[in-house]
Design a protein around this ligand. Sequence first.
Ligand SMILES: Nc1ncnc2c1ncn2[C@@H]1O[C@H](COP(=O)(O)OP(=O)(O)OP(=O)(O)O)[C@@H](O)[C@H]1O
Ligand SMILES: [Mg+2]
Length: 270
Amino acid sequence: MSTLLDIRDLHISLGGRQLVDGVDLTVSKGEILGLAGESGSGKTLTALTTLGFLPHGATATGEVLVDGEDTLAMSASQLQRLRGNRVAMVFQDPMTSLHPMLTIERQLTEHQLVHRSVTKKQARARAVELLELVRIPDPERALRSYPHRFSGGMRQRIAIAAALACEPEIIVADEITTALDVTVQAGILRLLSDLRSETDAAILFITHDLAVMNVLADRLVVMRNGKVVESGDCRDVLADPQDPYTRMLVEALPPAADFGAAPSEGEDLR
Ligand SMILES: Nc1ncnc2c1ncn2[C@@H]1O[C@H](COP(=O)(O)OP(=O)(O)OP(=O)(O)O)[C@@H](O)[C@H]1O
Ligand SMILES: [Mg+2]
């Protein structure tokens, strides 16, 4: 399998504090890597470096290789070409990715018009295709609408469509199901797992919810205090966690968290 994202010995420090302390992780083509860990362990900071983002005043060392190119060494214009084009990010709150005052059509075509040599008509056709891909009913009508018309789960689907617009090599999804109802969450998880087979993207999926990881992730990396404390095949790690912290997380799961279960059939498009 070819490695699309290769983070090597990443350190991020700010004001004398080590926020990320020697992280190594890789994600291959078509793979979903789960990144878990307690709040403040450095998951988001690590993920944001794939887009070349660092908190103001922070310094980073190590390498963040996107298909062999180090984002930490990229110029501003190289980063601009990278973002939304080769690496795309979806956030917990879809309204972070979607603009409330712009139609869905604008939001699904803008990146394409900037990054790809396509006509408006081609970009629009691709937008319809993207909405179909994320299972939004009546895409033509959806294109004319504004985000507020949609429920949280539907908005998250549209944010995923926007992320997919330029066929990114890497998709970073940071707690994207955390704010959703369980049934809506199951629909999004199934969508992501379908997308993995329909696109070749590498997905870096962040959540503190190990039950979600079990459904979705191929491999799992667990962080604590800026360090990787456990990594391996997702099911192996959850079945037999080696690190005391991971063991505690697994033990804290409700007994109903039935490892091995797929999202339920009755998909709810809310
Ligand atoms: N912009 C920032 N400026 C200063 N410190 C920051 C900034 N962003 C994050 N930090 C600090 O870096 C550490 C790691 O934060 P990060 O957001 O990566 O954690 P996380 O694992 O994503 O947590 P959560 O599960 O709560 O999202 C925390 O101690 C946090 O306070
Ligand atoms: Mg975070």
